[in-house]
Ligand binder design. Structure first.
Ligand SMILES: *Cc1c(COP(=O)(O)O)cnc(C)c1O
Length: 376
């Protein structure tokens, strides 16, 4: 069976976890967490990076930092993972969905302004498949209407937009290191903070509402409860796993890119014949080979292709059910404007196996089966 995903493992993970255990430091914010934070800060150029227990939790932290309150509205695409919405719904906000651009499956920046009301507090672009949203347009709209821009860059680690790392383009950015993402720590994520005034507040929120981080730096002589917070620190054992991967970040990136390029080359003839569509990378965007998807004619064709690939021991999967049509989406949100593309395109998108360790032979095998499917 060629699985859709196998979590990345580069080899040194267990050694680093043993080091954490031997140092008797397995809770959060030890040596490995600090190394990971510093690595992300250096490579992305963000003012501050904090490892978190998940991207979902990093998003929750942004909702607290931006003081999202009941009645506020937050604009996002409907074609996203539930966490993008959950983080703001948890603070009592209404989520306002707008349609996607079918070329990238990212929020259509041209539709955002019309969805803004006097209750709107933030826009949450989601960089689908690690391909950047139109951040120039989104940031300009946000600036004009005084809104926060919070990037759901869960899939965007290692990608850039006009040379800048995804997650550093808005006010706040969130990465995921879940086992399905390019780099992993099992469950985990990171919060990227542009404005230093948010940094201290973020440390407090992440440490149960205490100024414990300042205490550990010797900036205060005792720590206390200073604000609302929760526990968003990952354990050192998770951070140790991630550290091994950060050390091999380019190797993982290059291997995934080889698979992505091999799919693109092999399947391009089907695109040229107008049978399927392949991912589109806009100018100025460098992606991270997070995902390789194809778009087929419709939902029925997709179901047939999934079965055909399954018969050949290949696991290919569809993706999001648009949030606005889900029970919680109906309860907590509304779709602004027409759903021209969100539902239609989501029903014909199919993701192919892509993980660190997938071989070019396997990519060729999968591509051949897809071509075979269309010959019959
Ligand atoms: C994976 C993902 C998340 C959630 O990440 P976790 O680390 O599992 O919480 C959120 N948004 C998007 C777009 C994702 O792909």
């Amino acid at each position: 069976m060629i699985y859709f995903n196998i979590p990345p493992l580069v080899g040194e993970e267990l050694d680093h976890i043993k080091t954490a255990i031997a140092a008797h430091k397995i809770c959060g914010d030890g040596m490995f967490t600090k190394k990971c934070n510093a690595w992300i800060e250096e490579k992305t150029g963000t003012a501050r990076a904090l490892l978190t227990t998940s991207c979902t939790h990093a998003l929750e932290m942004t909702a607290i930092l931006c003081d999202i309150r009941p009645g506020d509205e937050v604009i996002m695409p409907s074609y996203t993972f539930v966490s993008t919405a959950d983080a703001f719904v948890g603070r009592g906000a209404t989520v306002v969905f707008v349609d996607v651009d079918p070329k990238t499956m990212n929020i259509n920046a041209d539709l955002i302004e019309d969805a803004i009301t006097d209750k709107t507090k933030a826009v949450v672009p989601v960089h689908y498949a690690g391909v950047s949203c139109d951040m120039k347009k989104i940031n300009a709209i946000a600036q004009k209407h005084n809104l926060y821009v919070i990037e759901d860059a869960a899939q965007g680690f290692g990608s850039t937009y006009h040379g800048k790392a995804l997650g550093t383009l808005g006010d706040l950015g969130c990465y995921s290191f879940h086992e399905t993402k390019n780099l992993s720590m099992g469950e985990g994520g990171a919060l990227l903070i542009k404005d230093p005034h948010f940094a201290e507040k973020a440390e407090i929120i992440r440490e149960k509402g205490t100024d414990r981080s300042k205490f550990f730096r010797g900036q205060v002589d005792k720590y206390t409860w200073v604000d609302y917070g929760s526990s968003y620190l990952p354990s050192e054992m998770n951070a140790a796993y991630l550290w091994a991967q950060l050390e091999k970040e380019r190797e993982i990136y290059n291997a995934r890119m080889r698979s992505w390029d091999a799919y693109y080359t092999a399947l391009k003839p089907l695109m040229d014949e107008g049978i399927i569509e392949l991912p589109f990378i806009p100018d100025g965007c460098v992606h991270n080979a997070h995902m390789f998807y194809i778009k087929v004619k419709d939902c029925a064709e997709r179901t047939d292709l999934i079965s055909y690939l399954k018969e050949h021991e290949i696991q290919a999967v569809f993706h999001y059910i648009p949030l606005h049509s889900a029970p919680a989406g109906i309860k907590f949100g509304r779709f602004h404007g027409q759903d021209v593309y969100t539902t239609r395109e989501s029903e014909r998108l199919l993701r192919l196996p892509l993980y660190y360790g997938l071989t070019v032979e396997e990519v060729a095998f999968i591509s051949d089966r897809i071509k075979e499917f269309y010959k019959k």
